[in-house]
Ligand binder design. Structure first.
Ligand code: SF4
Length: 337
């Protein structure tokens, strides 16, 4: 059994996020702006994508290095054909006790049952507003709220619980819907999480003025529905958790901008073409596909990953500044959130 690598800040690898496609059927303005990701945009050709067998091998190697949680992401992962076949393969990897997926929910109502049957444990669904006009403007393809809500209910009915619902909050865009979202998901068992708008990638035109700080999000809800803090459930949990005093469930707030959590970040990311990134805001990655297709053994792969991780110094959210925002950071749609 290889020794678990620890990075320069004492962090192990516990969480691997695997992007299975760089394509998406939405054009969320803060992630995949239409002006950039248009008809001319060259998405990854199929033969450049890691095959399911390669993804399974990589996930197995990471599990041997300490990973306990696998998250499938995209783009929109449900656009990848036969995804439940991959889910079935990953569900069987020793040492992995959590297998989840992040989706925009557009295809979930039709796919939830098959994914659950294949071994998926939970889902996280992105939904930035309950207001159809606001949501349509944010996803920029006019997709309706109700179909995402149907997907959430289908996932819940299939046992992919607790369903987490992520909403990225932008000032002047959807922040006036914060309390309405809290109200809608209270008492449902679904966990609503608000995400501070982040300078992911280098195409979303991010400005600090457009960020609604976690403290303000909490205060707005607390004024209507009193909240009390909940301790983190495990090392590396990204959300600050709050429960409703009246017992109607909990919410989470992910505060990468105003309250960084890099000190406990145990996440690695793999792009759909096999590039390893050690931070969401990375500007460079390590090509694992060349090793996979170059005859490397699992031991070679593990050594390559361990070498990258032990040299890791990432803490972008702690050093974010006007100078770092324009850096050519990898796009979130390419490596998943
Ligand atoms: S900014 Fe990078 S190091 Fe910090 S929590 Fe996010 S992914 Fe981890």
């Amino acid at each position: 059994m290889p020794v678990e690598p620890i990075d320069t800040m004492g962090r192990p690898i516990r969480d691997l996020r695997i992007s299975v496609t760089d394509r998406c059927n939405f054009r969320c303005t803060y992630c995949m702006p239409k002006e950039i990701f248009n008809r001319e945009y060259r998405f990854l050709e199929r033969d450049l994508l890691l095959t399911f067998e390669e993804i399974e091998r990589v996930a197995g190697v990471f599990s041997g290095l300490g990973v306990r949680k696998l998250r499938l992401t995209g783009g929109e992962p449900l656009l990848r054909r036969d995804l439940d076949v991959l889910v079935g393969a990953l569900a069987g990897i020793a040492g992995v006790d959590d297998l989840t997926l992040t989706t925009n929910g557009s295809l979930l109502a039709r796919r939830a049952a098959a994914l659950a049957a294949a071994g998926l444990k939970r889902v996280t669904v992105s939904l930035d507003s309950l207001d159809d006009a606001v949501f349509a403007a944010m996803n920029d393809v006019g997709f309706p709220v109700q179909q995402v809500l149907d997907g959430i209910e289908a996932a819940s009915a299939a046992g992919l619980t607790p369903v987490k619902v992520n909403a990225v909050i932008q000032r002047g865009v959807n922040d006036d819907g914060i309390v309405a979202m809290a109200e809608h998901f209270r008492g449902t068992g679904h966990i609503l999480r608000f995400i501070e708008y982040m300078d992911v990638g280098h195409t979303n035109g991010w400005r600090l003025d457009d960020v609604v700080p976690a403290r303000e999000i909490r205060e707005r809800i607390n004024a209507r529905y009193p909240l009390q803090p909940i301790d983190a459930g495990y090392l590396g949990e990204v959300a600050q958790r709050w429960r409703y005093v009246d017992g109607a469930g909990e919410i989470g707030i992910i505060s990468s901008v105003t309250r960084p959590f890099c000190r406990t970040c145990t996440r690695a990311r793999i792009s759909a073409e096999g590039m390893l990134y050690t931070c969401l805001f990375a500007t460079a990655g390590t090509d694992l596909r060349v090793l996979l297709r170059g005859g490397a053994s699992d031991t070679d792969l593990a050594a390559a990953v361990a070498a990258v991780w032990t040299a890791r110094t990432d803490r972008y959210s702690e050093i974010r500044s006007e100078a770092t925002v324009p850096l050519p950071k990898v796009e979130m749609s390419y490596i998943g959130g």
